[in-house]
Write a protein that binds this ligand. Structure first.
Ligand code: DQA
Length: 141
């Protein structure tokens, strides 16, 4: 199984950014935990973070033929990026949408995900464990 984890804008600041929503764990620590779970399960996992919408679009396009699944936290782009949605629709890799916070329990503008309809499913509200749950689902297949 080949899995790509994409972290969108502002997620490089995890650990110091709005801890009440996103927790104290850094992005590096999340990636380390996921890498160790993947290794135990003989899966290949790669990580990418960008604050730039176009770079995330390119990364999704490049996943063609290289990855079976993408775990995607698109950050704020979740709520308005049709470009990201189109990129997801255009590739074979199946995408699982994740969020640390429960986007449905926050401001109204966060309740809509424009990418949700083209993703396999959504995991939101479990902090860093949202990523782990997505990975464990993939590994269980
Ligand atoms: C987020 C939720 C988004 O609404 C927000 O813009 C983020 C993080 C989350 O993981 O909870 O940057 O995707």
């Amino acid at each position: 199984m080949k899995i790509l984890v994409i972290h969108g804008p502002n997620l490089n600041l995890l650990g110091s950014r709005e801890k009440k929503f996103y927790g104290k764990t850094t992005l590096a620590a999340i990636n380390t935990e996921l890498a160790s779970i993947a290794k135990k399960n003989q899966a290949v996992i790669k990580f990418f973070q960008s604050n730039i919408e176009g770079e995330i679009v390119s990364q999704i396009q490049d996943s063609r033929k290289k990855f079976d699944y993408i775990i995607l936290n698109a950050g704020a782009y979740t709520h308005y990026s049709i470009a990201l949605r189109d990129a997801i629709s255009g590739v074979k890799a199946k995408v699982i949408e994740v969020h640390l916070s429960n986007i449905h329990a926050r401001e109204k503008f966060r309740r809509e995900s424009v990418i949700a309809p083209v993703c396999l499913g959504q995991i939101a509200g479990f902090g860093k464990d949202s990523y782990r749950l997505a990975l464990e689902y993939i590994l269980s297949l």
